[in-house]
Every structure is written in structure tokens, then in C-alpha cells.
Design a protein around this ligand. Structure first.
Ligand code: SF4
Ligand SMILES: [Zn+2]
Ligand SMILES: [Zn+2]
Length: 311
């Protein structure tokens, strides 16, 4: 198989675009797609300071690398969850990338360690408060990411969600008719209120396979293993179903997610944006000061329950 842009041998066939690229042309294609995503969804400008959430996996490290290569002012946050074995390995990959690649671009890595902060790793913490590990993990990661971004005055927080992630999430939301989640599912979520940072997903135009190929071509040393807690997750089932549909009919994921974005755009144009009265429902948390709809935010309530459980 030959590259469609030059005489080199192709490293990746892309049936959804009816094309194939060699390493350098793939790199150019992916970076162009990310740049298009940033523009199309008004994610950020070259003056903005960006905080990328990194896990040591291919998507987040690739995103960090691409933003640096495109010249954006980007730093990263790694949340060490304290999951025996997995966290040490992912931590090491992130540190290595920060030292070997990011540092030369003036980019820094911020680390938050759950065990240091909460006195226990995520699994123990979730057990203490009798909640599923992934749900406690989601609360902690969302909270810490927002806190670090806000305290350090980053303009925007970026995550490595790709097209497969977004299409699978969309399928889950549609199957369960989770309308309020559907409303909030977007590659760009504005900083709606004081204390909440803007959130973006610059890889939403790239499939998992394309991101993985980019990472290999660009020698990004990432952790291949997934978090052990993800076993049996519904998202993996949705991804599998979409992959089967994609194999039968290339471009399915793309059409599914793009169609949704189009409909969402039309709906937004015909409905008024958030009003002051909507914003007034969010107040500073009584314990930590971050915005919340309740008196005390979910994170602080969770921590308080964990404390009581240990006594
Ligand atoms: S699989 Fe669950 S525990 Fe692991 S990183 Fe994801 S949300 Fe956290
Ligand atoms: Zn080429
Ligand atoms: Zn709080």
C-alpha cells in the first residue's frame, strides 16, 4: 500500500477517508486535524494557557505532544490514583515524557497524588464510602483538574478524548436517553461560571487507531495497558459495537458523531444561551470555595464521608 500523498510506503490505511498515509504524511494530517478542531470549536488561541490532563496513555500524551508541536502554551496535570502497579507504571511514562520531550519546550508537569491528599488510594477510598471506584475516581479527577486549572489561572483544560470515546459516549447517552448528558456532550464546554474552567477535546476528529498510529510514528512512549478498573465498563461494549459497525461501513462513527454536532449547533442557534438566573444556581462550596449547586460540593462531601468512615 502506497501513501496517497507521496511515493512512500503507507503505514496506515484510513478507510473512512478512503486514503492511506506514510509516517510523515500521517503526522501532518493529524496535526492539521487537531488545528481544525481547535478553530472549528473555538477552543483556544495561541495566547491562551492550556492545561492537559495526562494519564500516561496514548491519547493524552499524544495530545500534549501535538499541542507543543503546534506551538501552544501547554502544561500538563497527572493525577496519581494510587492503584498498585498501574499507577506506578503510568506515572513513570508521564514523568519520562515530561523530562524527555516537554521540558525542552518549556512545558511543565503538575502532579496530584490522591494518597497524599486523601490518605488512601482511589480503590480504598471508594470502598470506604461504598461507591464504585470509577465514580469516585471521576469526582476526584474532575475536581482536581478544575481546581489546578483555576488556581494556576489556565485559560482552558484539555483532555485526550478521541472520536471513538465521543461516539461511544454518545451511543450510551442515546441508548439511555440521558438528555442532560446529551446537552453537555460537546468538544468545547465554555467556562460558564466563575470558578469553572473551559473544557476542550482537541482530538475529537481522530479515531483511536489514528491516534495510536501517530503515537507510534512519533515515538511517543505511552502505557499500553488500560486501568485495571476499566474491565467490564459499558463504554468498552459501546466501542466494540461501533467498531463492528465501522468495519462493515467505514465512516459510521464519524457520521454518527458529526451528525450529532450538527444537530446540537442548530439547536443552540435557536435557543437562548445561559441566563444570569441559571448561573445563580451555582454558589461557592462552603468548604472549598469551588462552584457547586449544593451547599457543599460533591468532592468535599465525599471526603467528609471518607473521614467519618475511618473514625
Ligand atoms: S477506569 Fe475507573 S478508576 Fe481507572 S482511571 Fe478510569 S475512571 Fe478512574
Ligand atoms: Zn506520504
Ligand atoms: Zn468543596
Amino acid at each position: 500500500m502506497r501513501c496517497r500523498k507521496c511515493p512512500q510506503r503507507a503505514v496506515l490505511g484510513m478507510p473512512r477517508h478512503n486514503t492511506a498515509y506514510c509516517g510523515p504524511c500521517l503526522t501532518e494530517f493529524v496535526r492539521t486535524q487537531v488545528q481544525k478542531a481547535i478553530k472549528a470549536q473555538t477552543m483556544f488561541s495561541p495566547e491562551d494557557r492550556i492545561l492537559v490532563a495526562v494519564s500516561g496513555g496514548k491519547d493524552s500524551l499524544t495530545l500534549w505532544e501535538i499541542l507543543l508541536k503546534l506551538g501552544y502554551r501547554t502544561d500538563a496535570l497527572y493525577v496519581d490514583l494510587g492503584i498498585a502497579g498501574y499507577s506506578e507504571r503510568s506515572h513513570e511514562k508521564v514523568e519520562r515524557f515530561a523530562r524527555d520531550v516537554a521540558k525542552a519546550c518549556g512545558s511543565k508537569l503538575i502532579i496530584h497524588t490522591v494518597e497524599e491528599d486523601a490518605g488512601a488510594g482511589i480503590k480504598e477510598l471508594a470502598n470506604l464510602i461504598k461507591r464504585p471506584t470509577c465514580s469516585a475516581c471521576g469526582t476526584i479527577k474532575r475536581y482536581q483538574f478544575n481546581r489546578v486549572a483555576w488556581e494556576n489561572k489556565y485559560d482552558v483544560m484539555a483532555t485526550g478524548h478521541n472520536l471513538d470515546d465521543e461516539a461511544a459516549r454518545l451511543l450510551g447517552n442515546v441508548l439511555n436517553w440521558q438528555e442532560e448528558y446529551l446537552q453537555k456532550q460537546s468538544p468545547t464546554l465554555p467556562a460558564s461560571v466563575e470558578g469553572f474552567s473551559k473544557k476542550v477535546k482537541p482530538l475529537y476528529r481522530m479515531t483511536e487507531r489514528e491516534v495510536a498510529a501517530y503515537a507510534v510514528v512519533n515515538r511517543i512512549d505511552y502505557l499500553v495497558e488500560e486501568c485495571p478498573m476499566s474491565k467490564g465498563a459499558k463504554m468498552l461494549v459501546y466501542k466494540d459495537v461501533l467498531n463492528r459497525l465501522e468495519a462493515e461501513s467505514p465512516g459510521t462513527k464519524h457520521r454518527f458523531y458529526w451528525g450529532f454536532l450538527e444537530k446540537q449547533k442548530k439547536a443552540a442557534e435557536s435557543t437562548p444561551s445561559m441566563t444570569d438566573s441559571d448561573q445563580a444556581t451555582l454558589l461557592p462550596c462552603e468548604t472549598c470555595g469551588q462552584p457547586t449547586t449544593a451547599g457543599t460540593c460533591t468532592f468535599c462531601r465525599m471526603m467528609a464521608r471518607a473521614k467519618t468512615a475511618t473514625h
